[in-house]
Design a protein around this ligand. Structure first.
Ligand code: DC
Length: 209
């Protein structure tokens, strides 16, 4: 069983994916971390973010076992990840690792931007998790403030918008819902409610397996 979860930044897909993986005992891969790990490796080595050959080589060396959310969650790394994610050669290298992860037993949950459309187009269950730009910016703001850091809502809103434009506007594997994805809009729905809705859909799919 493969569960594909896509959506823009801060829509709640990470939390939803973790809840689903935990509930069903499936392996979970946040594919955003693979782009972040490649970006961080470039930054750490003092390499440019705009050289596709260099970025491809680094992306080919990303180890899924070493992905550390705490280290990779920094804002600058997300920005850099979004920049190298437009490069087809980087995507090819990372998608190969993601596809091989998706085959793990007894099942997997992968979340990202192109899981239902490119990485696992045959996944029996796909979700597209979204929320309004305002709600996503507010969530990001609350998260940062709760962590004790200073934050400015307008700047965060502009950032979220810019990230959406880059992720949805690129030529290779742009963020969009798969034709057969179930839409979950979390603007006015808690993640718990989204989880319950997702569980009903997954249970029905498991009965058909
Ligand atoms: O979900 P995130 O913020 O960790 O992702 C960081 C960047 O990685 C995101 O802006 C675009 C890219 N990404 C992608 O292109 N495809 C994916 N499947 C996951 C992430």
């Amino acid at each position: 069983m493969i569960i594909a979860i896509d959506g823009p930044a801060a829509a709640g897909k990470g939390t939803l994916s973790r809840l689903i993986a935990e509930h069903y005992g499936f392996h979970h891969l946040d594919t955003g971390l693979t782009y972040r790990a490649a970006a961080k490796a470039l930054i750490d080595a003092g390499l440019p973010l705009n050289d596709e050959d260099v970025a491809q080589k680094v992306a080919g060396e990303v180890e899924l076992a070493d992905l550390d959310r705490t280290v990779l969650s920094k804002h600058e790394i997300g920005e850099a990840a979004s920049k190298i994610a437009v490069m087809p050669a980087v995507r090819r290298a990372l998608v190969e690792a993601q596809r091989s992860f998706s085959k793990r037993s007894p099942g997997t949950v992968l979340d990202g931007r192109d899981i239902g459309t490119v990485v696992c187009p045959d996944a029996p269950v796909k979700f597209y998790v979204t929320a309004s730009t305002e709600v996503r910016a507010r969530r990001r703001y609350d998260e940062i403030v709760a962590g004790g850091a200073p934050a400015e809502y307008d700047a965060i809103f502009a950032d979220v918008k810019k990230r959406d434009e880059r992720d949805m506007g690129r030529d290779d594997s742009p963020l969009k819902p798969a034709d057969d994805a179930h839409l979950l809009d979390t603007s006015e729905m808690s993640i718990e409610a989204a989880f319950r809705a997702a569980r009903d859909i997954i249970d029905a799919a498991l009965k058909k397996e």
